[in-house]
Design a protein around this ligand. Structure first.
Ligand SMILES: [Zn+2]
Length: 312
């Protein structure tokens, strides 16, 4: 069984957030740096709508996160910047300058390019975050207005957003319908949802590491402990559940989404343990997509993607 892995980007800065409100987390994808044609037809400039729709579908698995995130809105005298790896490996590091990011919103810059097979993708939140100006503005940039997001006692997490690179050398399955997935292909939806999870602090946040027992190396967040029935084993880098960790999704046993790899031909979306981990990072996980809602969403996309369906 081929088990391509998620290669974590080097730990970027982890700063963080959370609070409670009723608004759903919104994730915007930005294709400005999709320079190698992973989400864009380079010949025509047209967007590859199927692939982009799958990213939007991946984001819906975090739509039940209801933290209120302060907008990043630079005014006169305010400045912020952050740098990150080019998401298509298509040039020097990207540095964002004074970008506006709406309340309750994260922006994720995406791209892809070919490299050696085996790795599916990686994600991060960047480095060299700087902010200056009005104190409230600086707080918005560094914590999105949340408290307890930094340090060894962190209990919460927030970020401006992040970036994801996908390995274009893989024979990706770009379908919403799981029925079309077969045993020789990695599932793009699974990888996209997994990588977004890292940007949301899984294996990244100070509050993630604050929940790891230093003696045992086990994850001891209260929500995860309740879901697992005890301290949860992690992989050796302490940024995923241990390989092969199982939980349940919609009442059905499934390998966790946030273990390091997913076998070809399988779809692994967030399980109860995955969501519990996000709750321990500090996200207000008030609801997860219900099976019925998910089925309806799939039915709608099924029409859109029918011509792409492949029989197993
Ligand atoms: Zn990963």
């Amino acid at each position: 069984m081929n088990r391509p892995s998620c290669l974590r980007a080097a730990l970027a800065l982890a700063f963080a957030a959370s609070a409670s409100s009723a608004s759903a987390l919104s994730i915007e994808f930005d294709y400005s740096y999709d320079t190698h044609g992973f989400f864009t037809d380079l010949a025509t400039g047209a967007p590859m709508t199927e692939r982009r729709a799958l990213l939007d579908l991946a984001a819906t698995f975090y739509g039940g996160f209801t933290d209120a995130l302060t907008a990043i809105a630079p005014g006169a005298g305010d400045q912020w910047s952050v740098s990150f790896m080019h998401p298509s490996l298509g040039g020097p590091a990207v540095t964002l300058q004074n970008v506006d990011i709406a309340a309750d919103t994260l922006r994720i810059y995406v791209g892809g390019s070919p490299t050696a097979p085996g790795v599916l993708g990686f994600a991060g939140t960047g480095h060299s975050l700087q902010a200056s100006g009005d104190a409230a503005f600086v707080d918005a940039v560094t914590t999105r207005g949340q408290t307890g997001t930094q340090g060894t006692q962190a209990v919460d997490y927030a970020t401006w957003g992040g970036y994801i690179w996908f390995n274009a050398s893989n024979d990706w399955y770009f379908g919403a319908d799981e029925a079309g997935l077969n045993g020789t292909r990695p599932d793009f939806l699974t990888t996209a949802t997994h990588e977004i999870g890292h940007i949301l602090g899984f294996g990244e946040a100070d509050s993630w590491f604050a929940n790891i027992d230093p003696d045992s190396g086990l994850f001891v967040g209260e929500h995860a402990m309740a879901a697992w029935g005890g301290a949860v084993p992690l992989d050796r880098y302490l940024d995923h559940w241990a390989e092969g960790t199982y939980s349940v999704r919609d009442g059905v046993p499934q390998e966790t989404m946030m273990d390091p790899s997913t076998p070809f031909g399988e779809r692994q979306l967030p399980t109860a343990l995955d969501y519990a981990g996000f709750a321990d990072i500090g996200w207000q996980v008030t609801a997860v997509p219900e099976p019925q809602a998910w089925a309806m969403l799939l039915a709608g996309l099924g029409v859109l993607f029918r011509h792409r369906r492949r029989l197993p």
